[in-house]
Design a protein around this ligand. Structure first.
Ligand code: AMP
Ligand code: MG
Length: 459
């Protein structure tokens, strides 16, 4: 079966070929072979609440930062993480900017209304101001949005409150000083930081960089994330599965999640439930910046992942979390043998053992892998925060585990509603594909009524 084959070109294209230089086999072969004999009892079980487990990951993630940088064209930088701050190359705005079409005025002239002012000029956006133009008492100048306010003017009256007649304008509404004018440098002074290092470039950040004249940005190299699916029953999607075999979907959902989170996925061959080949693949995966394993972390007789990691010197930070799906999730690190490429500190490689049930894999990625991956990609850390929506139909469940169940967020505008999708449990990918979020159910709730506010995780 596919899992017993040697390295094969992956469906993810050239970067995903495990036999490439980035995985130096000589190093793997020189890795000390330890005879299997360690029982899973050697791993101190450490089952944490969801919040504790998340904090453990965040604590380790806070120690990580990438070292390699590269230059990207501005638009190519979308989704990448800034490895340099973006600084204002001029004042923002560079001149006192009118924010409305209307008349530049002196607010003190508009105390008694209506008032007639003499129109002494017209100022368009982009116009060079006549240095001789200085508004005197009783004067106004026609002005357009985005144009520089003339000296002497301290406010702009919107055109809607004026009527122009020949050389004068009658104004029917007062303004306070400063209204409808943004002073030069009010948004940022030249030399001020506009975007900090560690910002992930979204459309707004790209707008800022463009407005500061950046055609290229320094970004961090993407972290390489090795992905290993385990299990004797797992075959690659192109294989014709035997009656009891299952196609590998986890490597692909994870690769897609890794990409969306800014990493470079490297899919390794499927590891069988057999220690030698598993060890070989795990050692190979540990040469990446982060290793993700799926399957083989439950309590089954053939769940060997943790044992093999112990042999490789792993330290485990937790071996389970009180969540559903995803309870057997494992997080740890292994001392680095191949030397760090892209991470500080370079002395260890973090790994996650994600439960094999496809929905468990997806959920545990969102909850635990994402913060580590974001740290490895150089992003400033952020806390996980759930939004809330109104529950559409009642939920009954058991207490004891915090649940993240596939759900559909619907409604419109301010009326967000959410309800669970019917599913057959954490193996039901088809149901999950119909979902667009997860409802977060506290561990102490047995019943949640329709109409209650519930927390939602957007996956
Ligand atoms: P495990 O965590 O190895 O006990 O696997 C739990 C369940 O997830 C089993 O039903 C497996 O067949 C299934 N599973 C494990 N790995 C994968 C995978 N890569 N793709 C799809 N299903 C999987
Ligand atoms: Mg398995």
């Amino acid at each position: 079966m596919a899992g017993r084959r040697a390295s094969r070109p992956s469906l993810l294209g050239s970067v995903a070929q495990p036999s490439q230089a980035m995985f130096m086999r000589s190093k793997i072969q020189s890795f000390p072979r330890i005879i299997l004999g360690v029982s899973s009892a050697a791993i101190p079980p450490s089952i944490l609440t969801f919040e504790q487990a998340r904090h453990v990951v965040e604590k380790h993630a806070a120690k990580m930062r990438p070292t390699e940088k590269e230059s990207a064209e501005l638009l190519e930088g979308e989704g990448r993480v800034l490895a340099e701050p973006v600084v204002a190359d001029r004042d923002f705005p560079p001149f006192p900017r009118a924010t409305r079409d209307g008349y530049a005025v002196r607010a003190a002239d508009l105390v008694r209304l209506p008032v007639k002012l003499k129109v002494v000029g017209e100022i368009k956006a982009g116009a060079t101001l006549d240095p001789r133009l200085r508004l005197q008492a009783g004067e106004a100048a026609t002005i357009m949005t985005g144009a520089p306010a003339p000296s002497g003017a301290d406010a702009v009256v919107m055109v809607e409150f004026t009527s122009h007649d020949g050389g004068t304008v009658e104004i029917s509404r007062g303004v306070s000083a400063g209204e409808n004018i943004v002073p030069a440098g009010a948004e940022a002074r030249r030399g001020n930081q506009l975007l900090s290092l560690g910002t992930r470039l979204d459309h707004a950040a790209i707008a800022v960089a463009a407005s500061a004249g950046k055609t290229h940005v320094q970004v961090y190299a993407k972290p390489r994330v090795a992905i290993i699916a385990t299990g004797d029953e797992i075959v690659e999607p192109e294989a014709r599965p035997g009656p009891t075999q299952i196609r590998n979907s986890n490597s692909y959902s994870l690769a897609a999640q890794v990409r969306a989170a800014g990493g470079e996925p490297i899919i390794l061959p499927i590891a069988p439930d057999e220690p030698n080949r598993l060890r070989e693949l795990i050692s190979e995966g540990l040469e990446a910046d982060l290793l993700l394993l799926t399957g083989g972390v439950s309590m089954g007789k053939h769940d060997l992942v943790e044992q093999v990691l112990v042999e490789l010197g792993a330290e485990f930070f937790f071996t389970g979390a009180l969540i559903q799906p995803g309870r057997p999730v494992v997080f740890g690190s292994v001392p680095r043998v191949a030397g760090g490429r892209n991470a500080v500190p370079p002395d260890c490689t973090y790994f996650f053992g994600l439960p094999g049930n496809p929905v468990s894999t997806m959920v545990t990625f969102e909850l635990f892998v994402r913060p580590m991956l974001e740290a490895l990609s150089g992003m400033t850390s952020r806390k996980l925060v759930f939004l809330h929506a109104k529950l559409k139909s009642e939920i009954k469940t058991k207490t004891g585990l915090k649940r993240f169940l596939p759900a559909v967020l619907s409604g419109e505008f301010e009326q967000a509603e959410v309800e669970l999708v019917p599913w057959q449990g954490s193996g039901d990918i088809a149901a999950t594909a119909r979902a667009n979020c997860y409802i977060v159910i506290p561990a102490d709730r047995e019943r949640i009524l329709a109409g209650e506010w519930v927390a939602v995780l957007k996956g």
